[in-house]
Design a binder for this molecule. Structure first.
Ligand code: NAD
Ligand code: WQD
Length: 343
């Protein structure tokens, strides 16, 4: 199939592009590089030995996007493009509503106009809010506590309305849990700008000596060791989930949401210990206050994806930590964040 991959130069998008190429798909990546670098796509070509088309464009620009739709006849769209930082979304909500919601709206309008009705969309476990019981299931009530989460909720609602109006659409909404890890080659990975907000990039930078100490946000949760529990999923498994979702939307109409996680929760302290094991480095940490808005425990029920998509996460926590560490160690000048400061 010929696939439009929005946001394909980013962390999850680049891993998925590699899988798509290896499975014989043709891909056109549209990315404005607001949170990525074109070199990730060079690495995708290096890993796969295959070519792709890259167009540096903003998906909110309807005229430019229409030109792309006119030039290429797409069979399906995988839509990753969007801003994703929860804290930032609270400070600049309009940027998030514009980029994520207007960008999606533009894309969906053009898909309708050019009769491309097969879509895989990147949603997030954040749409479960913090009031549901674990394990989280796709049919549980949804809510959001920050603008980023609200953009994912609105887009999901938009898609349900699009499908109600035209049941020829075929839509897979993928709710990722906590994507981590890197490509086993060490060539692709996550490269957050500035000080990382998320646990894995922060821990790898502490292990690498770029940060002095990890703050563990909350040690008094009602969990096995008092620290927060999450369902971390290797980005390579996640990329595989997109292939399975694409196969599903290619051969049937409908709209379905799927959890992509492992179904297994690990605590912050378990992550620290596993990183110490794979890196052979001591990870200094301090126990700090809980972070506002954090749930104590979040993990998925993945049975729907297992049954309907025949997809299962296969990589272990050790794989996730080892590949994150390899990536950190293998980064070249291109990827190094020049503004990184030791704190
Ligand atoms: P990322 O920032 O690495 O990738 C997103 C890509 O989209 C970037 O390359 C960025 O340059 C591009 N982009 C952003 N706005 C754009 C626009 N208007 N036009 C064109 N390109 C644009 O993020 P990621 O971690 O790969 O996430 C991909 C998707 O998955 C996002 O929609 C994100 O919300 C969602 N998601 C991510 C996580 C996570 O923890 N990484 C969890 C759940 C859901
Ligand atoms: C994991 C655990 C923290 C950093 C976020 C988004 C979510 C989704 C995935 C996009 C928690 C603890 C963290 C640190 C810590 N993204 N922690 N010290 O918050 O589960 O999910 O990414 O859709 O929407 O909210 O991930 O990696 O930030 O935190 O102790 O320096 O690590 O409290 O328990 P989170 P995370």
């Amino acid at each position: 199939m010929k696939i439009l991959v929005s946001g394909g130069a980013g962390y999850i998008g680049s891993h998925t592009c590699a899988e798509l190429l290896l499975s014989g798909h043709e891909i056109v990546v549209v990315d404005n590089l607001s949170n990525s670098n074109e070199s990730s796509l060079e690495r995708v070509k290096e890993i796969t030995g295959k070519d792709l088309i890259f167009i540096k464009e903003d998906i909110t620009d309807e005229m430019k996007m229409e030109k792309i739709f006119l030039e290429h006849h797409f069979d399906a769209v995988i839509h990753f493009a969007g801003h994703k930082a929860v804290g930032e979304s609270v400070s600049v909500p309009l940027n998030y509503y514009h980029n994520n919601i207007s960008g999606s709206l533009t894309l969906f309008k053009l898909m309708k106009k050019y009769e491309i009705k097969k879509l895989v969309f990147s949603s997030s476990a954040t749409v479960y809010g913090s009031h549901n019981k674990v394990p989280l299931k796709e049919d549980m009530p949804l809510s959001a506590s920050n603008p980023y989460g609200r953009t994912k909720l609105f887009i999901e609602e938009m898609l349900r309305d699009i499908y109600s109006a035209d049941p020829e659409w075929s839509i897979a909404i993928l709710r990722y849990f906590n994507p981590v890890g890197a490509h086993p080659s060490g060539l692709l990975g996550e490269n957050p700008k500035g000080i990382p907000n998320n646990l894995f990039p922060y821990v790898t930078q502490v292990a690498a000596g770029k940060r002095t100490c990890l703050s563990i946000f909350g040690s008094d949760y009602d969990t096995k060791d008092g620290t927060g529990i999450r369902d971390y999923i290797h980005v390579a498994d996640l990329a595989g989930g997109h292939l399975k979702a694409l196969e599903a939307v290619a051969c049937s109409n409908g709209i379905e949401a799927f959890n992509l996680g492992t179904g297994q929760g690990y605590s912050v302290l378990e992550i620290v210990r596993m990183f110490e094991k794979v890196s052979g480095k001591k990870i200094p940490f301090q126990l700090s206050e809980r972070r506002k808005g954090d749930a104590a425990v979040s993990y998925a029920d993945c049975s729907k994806a297992r049954i309907l998509l025949q997809w299962n996460a296969e990589k272990s926590l050790e794989d996730m930590c080892r590949d994150s560490w390899n990536w950190q160690m293998n980064q070249t000048e291109t990827y190094l964040d020049k503004e990184l400061q030791i704190i």
